[in-house]
Design a protein around this ligand. Structure first.
Ligand SMILES: [Zn+2]
Length: 196
């Protein structure tokens, strides 16, 4: 679904195409293939997409994905975790809403919006006067995905979510240009203090 980078690797007179991942979901499938539930993972990583570099898009950025598989995991669990996450990050008055969406590996799938951090949901130019800002994608792991990974979908269910690190950082700190994250300009970096 994304514009993707391929690298050609020549080895032993054979040319192979190597894909640079466009999602960190590859980590999820590897964990599901090699372990049995309960599975609770957070996987951060760099992802690559073949896009022109502008203030609003870059050819690489970072994702964090979460995956939770166990007995009796429901959509309500997913919604509560995401609400907790949004309120920890943007403040206790933050509201969330889930819109039906499509991803190939979750069913049902949803995209999550948070109430606009600038206007509090009243509507402003930042949120295009909707009061909401899109923040992440999520859903219940498709039972077929579980089965293909050797996990019994009649016993186990799970949810997954994926969020862009730069996207979240932009919303929290209002960074105007995505390129600043990878330019190593110390004037920019010094504005952020590590917590020890
Ligand atoms: Zn707003």
């Amino acid at each position: 679904m994304q514009d993707t980078f391929f690298l050609a690797e020549d080895k032993d007179d054979v040319t192979r195409n190597i894909v640079l991942r466009s999602h960190t979901s590859s980590v999820q499938s590897r964990v599901m293939l090699t372990s049995q539930p309960p599975i609770r993972i957070i996987c951060p990583g760099r992802v690559y997409r073949n896009e022109a570099i502008t203030a609003r898009a870059h050819c690489f950025f970072h994702q964090i994905e979460g995956l939770y598989i166990d007995k009796n995991v429901s959509f309500a669990d997913l919604k509560q975790v995401l609400l907790y996450f949004a309120q920890e990050l943007f403040g206790p008055d933050t509201k969330i809403r889930l819109r039906p969406s499509y991803f190939p590996f979750t069913e049902p799938s949803a995209e999550m919006d948070v109430s606009c951090m600038l206007c509090g949901g009243e509507g402003c130019s930042f949120c295009k006067h909707t009061g909401w800002v899109e923040i992440l994608g999520c859903g219940m792991v498709d039972p077929n995905v579980l089965e293909l990974c050797g996990i019994d979908s009649s016993i186990y269910t799970g949810y997954a979510f994926g969020v862009g690190v730069e996207r979240i950082t932009n919303l929290k700190y209002m960074v105007k240009d995505l390129r600043m994250f990878s330019e190593n300009d110390t004037r920019f970096l010094e504005e952020f203090q590590a917590i020890h």
